[in-house]
Design a binder for this molecule. Structure first.
Ligand code: DAK
Length: 258
């Protein structure tokens, strides 16, 4: 039986997903993304999971979409089949938080997959880039859109047009990653962060994620209204009563995620 392309584990209320094509630096193809999307959807539906971590191995988070598989595609092949739509697109709609824990290469589709997650924790050996231009194409999985939103136009243009890589320090300075840790601490750090998140009230976590994402989708006044309405809505939860009562009682809250 062939080994699975995604390793799926749990650590308490955290779902851990590991890309598992080490021989090709976790190059992404439809099968990988289909398995990933299924696993993520299973965690999304599981009341015992509050957050997820997506990672690769020490050498590569993912070195991009599988170039060998794409090389002979024609325009009509990709257009008619809407290649790399479907499951690739579906990951965008996940409502629970996903942290990307990136060690080694995160290039092309790998960098785009990391950016599709809610935030990136990088190992000190991480290298980010959108090298598609060197292959005669351009990023096709959000690279020209999410990268400038994360790092600004100047650096995004530099990376997309030259195809160069940036290291973890440059990525942190530019705002692409939230933290840098030693490579041997990466997974623990990411799981600890996800554990903190998963201990919060799930409805407030999901609404917080939706609201932050709304900042990139709508006008400020629309987004502020969206935020305020979500804030109002949380007063209908048991967890808001419990969270505030626990503060008044000087104890830890016991959230029920409802
Ligand atoms: N695809 C297929 N195989 C890859 C690969 C990739 N992207 N990256 C690495 N490999 C394979 C290598 O061919 C090699 O295989 P063998 O020769 O051993 O059989 C093995 O992984 C180890 O790689 P290297 O020998 O090259 O390792 P090095 O340490 O020397 O170099 C490297 C590491 C990361 C610098 C180098 O492998 C490299 O430049 N890789 C390609 C990086 C790249 O150009 N990535 C962008 C690909 S284009 C979309 C979704 C996604 C996309 C587009 C649209 N939609 C939803 C519409 C994404 C497009 C892309 O990502």
């Amino acid at each position: 039986m062939s080994e699975s392309l995604i390793k799926v584990e749990t650590r308490g209320r955290v779902g851990l997903l590991t890309l598992n094509r080490p021989k090709v630096l976790n190059a992404l193809n439809n099968e990988v993304i289909e398995e990933l999307a299924q696993a993520v959807r299973t965690f999304e539906a599981d009341d015992n999971i509050g957050a997820m971590v997506l990672t690769g191995n020490e050498k590569a988070f993912a070195a991009g979409a599988d170039i060998g598989a794409m090389q002979s595609w024609s325009y009509m092949d990709v257009y008619k089949a809407d290649y790399l739509g479907g499951h690739w697109e579906s990951l965008r709609h996940i409502r629970k938080p996903i942290i990307a824990a990136v060690s080694g290469y995160a290039l092309g589709g790998g960098c785009e997959l990391a950016m599709l997650c809610d935030f990136i924790i990088a190992a000190d050996n991480a290298r980010f880039g959108q090298p598609e231009i060197k292959l005669g194409v351009i990023p096709g999985y959000g690279g020209t859109q999410r990268l400038p939103r994360a790092v600004g136009k100047a650096k995004a243009m530099d990376l997309v047009l030259t195809g160069r890589m940036m290291n973890a320090e440059e990525a942190e300075r530019a705002g692409l990653v939230s933290r840098i840790v030693a490579v041997d601490r990466l997974l623990d750090e990411a799981i600890e962060a996800a554990t903190v998140i998963a201990a919060m009230s799930l409805p407030s976590v999901m609404m917080a994620k939706e609201c932050v994402n709304r900042a990139f989708e709508a006008s400020l006044s629309e987004s502020l209204l969206f935020e305020r309405r979500n804030f109002h809505a949380l007063f209908s939860t048991q967890d808001q009563k419990e969270g505030m009562q626990a503060f008044v009682d000087k104890r830890k809250p016991d959230f029920k995620h409802s």
